[in-house]
Design a protein around this ligand. Sequence first.
Ligand code: SF4
Ligand code: SF4
Ligand code: SF4
Length: 322
Amino acid sequence: MDRRNFFKSSLAAGAALSTGRARARETRSILPEALGLLYDSTLCIGCKACVAACKRENDMPPEFLPRTEQPYWDQPLDISGKTLTVIKVYRHGTMDKKDQEENGYAFIKKSCMHCVDPSCVSACPVSAMQKDPVNGVVSYDKDACIGCRYCVAACPFGVPRFTYDQTFPQINKCQLCKHRWKDGGYSACAEVCPTGATLYGKVTELKAEATRRRALKPGAATTYPRGKLGGPDQSYPGVAAKYVDRLYGETEFGGTQMVFLAGVPFEKLGYPNLPPRSDAATSETMQNTLYGGLVMPIVFLGALTYIAKRNVKDDEQGGHHG
Ligand code: SF4
Ligand code: SF4
Ligand code: SF4
């Protein structure tokens, strides 16, 4: 078969295989049994017990501030290959009042958002990033990972981190403490949180709890659950907070299984406005459109095969190639 006929037949085969494949993919919906966390910034006291528990339970090393001469304790400034969650602080002006935008301060948690339609899963070429089909938790398989870091580039929240300083580098990110689920265990950060600012549970129930809080009159007496929703009652009396009118994670990039309430606008807390359509849906639709199903990969594979065969033939004939 000469080169022209080879390409023609590749195209024909690709076109035949691709019939009906090139169509837009919609953003996926949240799973009914999805698990996640509700983080309420107004309840957070910045104690960082969650950060310490996360380190301990996930066997992560401490991180010392650069140029600290006598490092004594873990001081991560951001999530990294050694730190899966951090609590950051918003500060403005005189910092007089908590959860106030002007002259106030507020805390915010950072960790994997466990996206409903995760870009990291869509971008990973070897399925090392996976979304659990029942509870939707996004986990990572270091044995399958080839270190391409496509997930790092794809994540809209800048979450997966590569352990460049290790002999065998890998990706690190929160996996919702799935290793603790057996025997009724759950996320260490939620278990130790003294105020219930980080609360674990089914996303539907966490969202119902968020709706309850948002409906309260600021200052009204209420109770706050602690630890795990649906677990042993650890609720305590408190006072209703004043929230910005938003549950972050409800729609952003197709929604997330980590949802936030706060008294300060989320853009100020480092969580930007994002469109409701997931990146995964957009990129997979683009791939479908560009490739027309399998046309492009087959043409590309055909071209590579042709070149390889030509080179072998040249070698056999004692010719040279470049
Ligand atoms: S343990 Fe709870 S209160 Fe303390 S920093 Fe973490 S989220 Fe905030
Ligand atoms: S936040 Fe990033 S790493 Fe976590 S599931 Fe979403 S895309 Fe993946
Ligand atoms: S769920 Fe587990 S791994 Fe994720 S932030 Fe909380 S303690 Fe860390």
